[in-house]
Design a protein around this ligand. Structure first.
Ligand code: 4AD
Ligand code: MG
Length: 464
């Protein structure tokens, strides 16, 4: 039976025989003593194998294998689990047998203890073997589990919304087209593509959001959420954008904006608490090596209330700030990252939910306020990141929604099924989208979203 190193590390060091499988992090050999640090990724810590030539009855055989054991090699070792005299580890394994499974020649790229994230991005297939990317991968998996747990505990159902769609949820036109037409051949002939002859008989794209489809299930099952890959062809070469990212989108029937905000706040806090409680070993590493003090920052966020501030007030605060912004704030402008970060980091020093944005800068589906200018939108901004969640109450009035679509030159016929939700048993409803990578960046302190997703996709970046 293969036992994980995390389970060996927490076993009683009573001399019991253990089998160890993993990859060698380091080997040190001095006179009579040799040490191997083995890691299998099951937890942050490595397990130390100790080979004492003075007491071993298997010196020759082990020495023969040991010569070929180097950083990166995979091994199988047998030994006895004993208390460790060394500091920083409770147990170690005194080696009785050693087998080399796969050698690792001297050109193995991860020889040094520290590499830059830029270098590691070029060897994306090996970076999960480093401390940083191992910790991030475990954290990502834990956080995904926490997401499902949160919704499961709160009466939500998980709905799988489609990846290929024919609608543009956000209306921003940042879509990757999906087609089986031979574009090159058409271009050579100087012909325009005829989408009625395309695979789906119409123009289709990769989804920018599962929201519209989630609404169909929310208006049947009351509380649903989607959690899946999302694609945006925005040419934003920034640490906070990916072309392929994962989004969590809850959608709740009978919820107004206030209840939507309450849910968003308790969701973020649940995830932070989960990380602090269940991922303490990896969190300690992020705190030591990635962002000093992140644990106490997150603990502070967990116990404080998020601010809530209407957009109009936020603009006044920005105008009065005396800051030298690159983009001058004015009523009607979209908030830039610099504005968001001023509000959450400098002015309030905690997460803030900005509400009631101008209709002109938000998507067609948001509920219109009686003032005729703003909509029931909400963005959650957090220190260090800016926007982490975007959401709204949805327009549930058929007439108002249709006229807004016409104003924006959207064809209501293309959205006939979406409009039907307002025709048959329409209800107030709300939802939001949390960018999973932005959340991971918030929890780990890792600065670039490219380093919290296993295989980042960004402009000019789709190598493997
Ligand atoms: O604000 P957005 O565009 O909202 C929507 O898509 C709504 N349909 C959500 C809803 O109401 N159901 O995106 C939501 C979140 C953002 O706040 C951000 O965290 C993340 O998705 N996001 C991105 N993350 C990484 N790379 C990108 N290019 C992102 N674009 C948005
Ligand atoms: Mg947004």
């Amino acid at each position: 039976m293969v036992v994980l190193i995390k389970d060996i590390l927490t076993s009683n060091p009573d001399g019991r025989p253990v089998d160890v499988y993993g990859w060698v992090r380091t080997k040190r050999d001095a006179k009579n003593l040799a040490f191997i640090q083995v890691n299998d990724g099951s937890c942050f810590a490595s397990l130390q194998l100790t080979f004492d030539r003075e007491t071993s009855n298997n010196v020759e055989a082990i020495d023969k294998v040991l010569q070929k054991v180097s950083t990166g090699a995979s091994i199988h070792a047998k030994g006895n689990l004993i208390p460790s005299p060394a500091s920083g580890q409770a147990v170690e394994v005194s080696l009785t047998e050693l087998e080399l499974i796969g050698e690792s020649p001297s050109d193995y790229p991860l020889q040094k203890k520290h590499h830059t994230v830029e270098f590691l991005r070029e060897i994306g297939h090996l970076r999960p073997r480093t401390n940083l990317f191992g910790a991030v991968a475990r954290m990502r998996s834990e956080m995904a589990f926490a997401v499902h747990n949160f919704f499961h505990e709160n009466g939500f159902f998980y709905v799988h919304t489609p990846i290929i769609t024919s609608s543009d949820c956000e209306g921003a036109g940042e879509m990757f087209q999906v087609t089986t037409l031979d574009i090159e051949a058409l271009a050579k002939k100087g012909e325009q593509p005829n989408y009625s002859k395309d695979f789906f008989g119409k123009k289709t794209n990769l989804t920018v959001s599962g929201q519209l489809e989630a609404e169909t299930y929310a208006t049947a099952l009351s509380r649903v959420y989607t959690f899946g890959p999302t694609f945006r062809a925005e040419n934003s070469n920034t640490p906070r954008h990916l072309a392929e990212f994962w989004m969590i989108e809850p959608e709740m029937a009978f919820y107004t904006l206030n209840e939507n905000m309450d849910l968003a706040e308790s969701f973020i806090k649940y995830l932070l608490n989960w990380a602090l409680k269940n991922c303490s070993e990896d969190m300690k590493f992020f705190d030591d090596r990635v962002q000093k003090g992140i644990i106490s920052t997150l603990e502070g966020v967990y116990s404080a209330n998020f601010e809530r501030m209407p957009y109009t007030e936020a603009i006044v605060a920005l105008e009065k700030s005396g800051e030298n912004f690159e983009y001058k704030p004015f009523w009607g402008c979209d908030l830039q990252t610099e504005h968001e970060r001023f509000l959450t980091e400098k002015l309030l020093k905690k997460p803030v939910i900005i509400t009631d944005y101008p209709a002109e800068i938000k998507a067609f589906y948001m509920k219109q306020n009686p003032d005729g200018k703003t909509v029931r939108a909400m963005d959650v901004l957090v220190p260090g990141i800016g926007e982490i969640i975007g959401g709204s109450q949805r327009e549930d009035d058929l007439q108002k929604l249709t006229s807004r679509m016409l104003e924006l030159k959207l064809n209501p016929e293309d959205y006939w099924w979406y409009l039907d939700l307002r025709k048959y048993g329409s209800v107030p409803h709300s939802g939001f989208g949390l960018g999973f990578e932005r959340m991971l960046r918030y929890v780990t302190g890792v600065a670039n979203l490219r380093d919290v997703i296993p295989f980042p996709r960004a402009p000019k970046l789709a190598d493997f």
